[in-house]
Design a protein around this ligand. Structure first.
Ligand code: ADP
Ligand code: MG
Length: 740
């Protein structure tokens, strides 16, 4: 029996918790395919035999997470979890904020509620409430982390908090130390802000789109076979059905226009507020808005397979992933924790073993730092200094560093029509030094026009033949020939035994004649007789046209010249990429002459032409072997292997086929400026994360010497904690202002 079990997990908020859960589950031989989603707080796995689930549940609980069996494999909303977190965070602050203010009042102005002892008792009880009740999950996971020697960021928080709280205990037992209990409460409260923001972040970008999804149509007007209209819920729509969309309405689902002319607002995907003209044969995307005309649309996708659905899934996956630099920080804590424990211990030993020196030092310091009191015992100072070291070293803003920046960065991308596959994409994309551009559909519009054709056959027959073969292909050239012929009201013929040779052409059988259609290279490889057309091919190529040859039974019967124009900002995009210091390269399966003409227009000097898809792949590999970090930009037609091979594959186009697997970045919309924007956004986001990691440690680390010397006033600790959290959040939010 194989059965998939899905558990909902509580308290699994970081990669290392997830790894621990995975480890526990993998200990069972009966369990396979363990899959953890941090975003949805679920773990799923396959059971080959029955396992005592309650025992398993206990084991997972032992590592600090609680799990419930969830009855469906359906994604569980993390809204409940967010609510619980929010409640914890609010409660934490409701107590620690007044406590912090009270502490300031005491230290700066000597305002005590009742006596100093009463004031301390209030601190102690309330802080204990925050630390042990609200912060319970943190302490529990710290405990298990310490037992298993598997430290994570939570362990740092737990250790710092317990250190801070122990000063209160010492005071209770009459040892003269400065009390850090309020700091302990503060550490916990800041920690929950981090966790809360992390949850919000993971729901944020997809929520924006989901909201739009909500706004979109829920019903579609289907025209049935009898020509009658009928309202049908979107989820019940079938591929091939015909629907009617009125001006001003959202297009309910992905499809192809079969009647009508209009312009469509695709701003929700592209971020560019320009209207895109739609006529017969054009694809439309569900959730975009039809502006002017009545459109008849043939449904092309089911609701789970639409562009929107795939984009939402992609964003969700992106947020499940972790950015490697964060994993690095997680790993660093493995060393940081013992290092701090040792430092604290050394501090204690230093004070205890050198009392004479210590007293001299204190006397000297008390002159400059008035809060240092000389009437404490050396033991008291030793305890205080070592605990203070533990407390101040706790980087409570560490958990904020990556999530806040990613939240802003990914969100900004979504608004600009840039979709990152995962956090790692951002980390790699900021290192790109070479951008390889495909020609057709990337640099050019990918909507070529037929300009001329030459044949010795009847001209209508010839074009009918060409269109018959091309009607089988999705290639931009094929579409242009088909639509050219359709305008002339020529109906394509029936085609048999066809084969598409990607990046070269098509082979087929029409009325018993074997037809080849494609570029010169294809004809040479197939040893087809050019039949005197070679001169004209050359002439067309000189003019910058792409030439398609057509052969019947291995003899050329005519040629078609098509012309594709540059996208209007390709020149600017290439220029700005170069200004960033990035090498720009162009690849194409088209002939060298027209490649050179296009290359000359956009000022790309490095051009590779006449390529088959595997040649494109090899060129990428060659660059990688030289140590370059490559972005390949393409439309996925005849370049998907290259896209996959590149360090970053960037799929571009407002078409519907573009959420393909080979792309790590998807640019919706036509503009090549998106490439520049993605690189800029990655750079900015990544450097923010690095920056944040620095600030998370900065204030804490500079106060470590104070702590070691017994000079750490609780107010300093409080300020350090607050500053690092505020700096990190403010720093991430500044990313919002970035001009792409
Ligand atoms: P690019 O690299 O510029 O995007 P492709 O690799 O898609 O171009 O195609 C390379 C060449 O192969 C085209 O310029 C064209 O000559 C030929 N070709 C490929 N597919 C077709 C097709 N379906 N119909 C006609 N020509 C085709
Ligand atoms: Mg292409």
């Amino acid at each position: 029996m194989k059965q998939t079990i899905v558990f909902q997990i509580e308290g699994m908020s970081c990669v290392s918790c997830a790894q621990n859960v995975e480890k526990v589950l993998n200990e069972y031989s009966e369990i396979s395919d363990v899959r953890i989603s941090i975003l949805n707080k679920t773990v799923s796995f396959k059971l080959t035999e029955d396992v005592d689930l309650s025992l398993l549940q206990k084991k997972v609980e032992n590592i600090g997470c609680s799990i419930h069996l969830s009855n469906s494999s359906h994604k569980i909303s993390n809204l409940d979890f967010i609510k619980v977190l929010k409640r914890r965070m609010m409660l934490g602050w409701a107590i620690s904020l007044p406590l912090s203010l009270k502490m300031m009042g005491e230290r700066f102005f000597g305002w005590y509620i009742g006596s100093e002892n009463i004031a301390f008792t209030i601190d102690f009880i309330l802080a204990a409430l925050v630390i042990f009740v609200i912060g319970f999950p943190v302490l529990r996971s710290t405990y298990y982390a310490l037992v298993r020697r598997n430290y994570n960021m939570d362990s740092l928080i737990g250790i710092g908090t317990m250190g801070a709280f122990s000063t209160g205990l010492l005071r209770l037992f009459g040892i003269e130390v400065e009390s850090f209990v309020v700091i302990g409460a503060l550490i916990i409260s800041i920690h929950f802000v981090g966790n809360y923001l992390k949850e919000i972040a993971s729901g944020h970008a997809s929520a924006t789109i989901k909201q739009l999804l909500e706004l979109g149509a829920k019903q579609a007007r289907v025209i049935n076979k009898q020509g009658l209209m009928q309202d049908v819920p979107i989820k019940d729509l079938l591929v091939g059905q015909i629907i009617l969309v009125e001006p001003g309405e959202a297009i309910p689902i992905d499809g192809v226009v079969i009647e009508g002319i209009s312009a469509v607002d695709e701003t929700i995907f592209t971020g560019e507020s320009i209207l895109i003209g739609k006529k017969c044969g054009d694809t439309v995307i569900g959730a975009t808005i039809n502006q002017f005309g009545l459109l008849k649309i043939r449904v092309d996708k089911t609701v789970d397979d639409t562009f929107l659905a795939r984009i939402v899934r992609m964003i969700e996956d992106a947020q499940d992933s972790k950015i490697p630099v964060q994993a690095f920080a997680d790993k660093a804590t493995v060393f940081f924790v013992p290092a701090i424990l040792i430092l604290a211990l050394l501090t204690f030993v230093f004070w205890i073993t050198s009392p004479v020196f210590a007293i001299d030092l204190l006397e000297f310091l008390s002159y400059y730092f008035p809060w240092v009191s000389l009437d404490k015992s050396i033991f008291g100072v030793a305890v205080f200094a070592s605990i203070a070291t533990l407390v101040i070293a706790c980087p409570c803003a560490l958990g904020l560093a990556a999530p806040t920046a990613l939240m802003v960065g990914i969100g900004k991308g979504v608004k600009a029509g840039i979709f990152f596959r995962n956090g790692e994409t951002i980390q790699i994309a900021q290192k790109i030094d070479t951008v390889v551009l495909d020609k057709t559909g990337t640099l050019t519009t990918g909507k070529p026009q037929v300009v001329d054709y030459i044949t010795h056959l009847d001209r209508t027959d010839f074009m009918q033949l060409a269109a018959s073969v091309e009607s089988l292909s999705d290639h931009p050239i094929a579409k242009s020939i088909v639509s050219y012929v359709r305008k002339k009201k020529i109906v394509p013929n029936k085609v048999d035994d066809f084969k598409i040779i990607t990046g070269q052409g098509i082979e087929a059988n029409i009325n018993g004649c074997q037809v080849h259609l494609g570029n010169i290279r294809f004809f040479i490889e197939q040893q087809i007789d050019f039949g005197g057309y070679i001169m004209q091919v050359d002439a067309f190529q000189e003019m910058g046209y792409t030439v398609i040859l057509l052969a019947c039974d291995f003899k050329c019967v005519g040629i078609i010249a098509v012309h594709d124009t540059l996208k209007n900002d390709s020149i600017e995009a290439v220029k700005s990429l170069k200004e960033l210091g990035i090498k720009v390269v162009m690849l194409t399966g088209d002939n060298e002459k027209s490649a050179k003409i296009i290359g000359g227009q956009v000022h790309v000097e490095t051009i590779f032409a006449d390529l088959k898809p595997e040649d494109k792949l090899n060129i990428i590999k060659t660059y990688q072997a030289k140590g370059n970090v490559i972005a390949m930009v393409g439309d996925g037609i005849s370049d998907s292997e290259a896209l996959e091979q590149a360090d970053i594959g960037i799929a571009i186009g407002s078409g519907i086929e573009i959420t393909n697997k080979s792309a790590s970045i998807t640019l919706v919309g036509e503009s090549l400026m998106g490439v520049l924007k993605s690189i800029n956004l990655s750079k900015a986001t990544f450097s923010k994360i690095q920056n944040n990691l620095f600030w998370a440690f900065f204030y804490n680390v500079i106060f470590i010497p104070f702590a070691i010397l017994g000079l750490l006033h609780p107010i300093i600790a409080e300020i350090a904690m607050a500053l690092s959290a505020v700096t990190v959040i403010a720093n991430s939010l500044r990313l919002k202002k970035l001009e792409l």
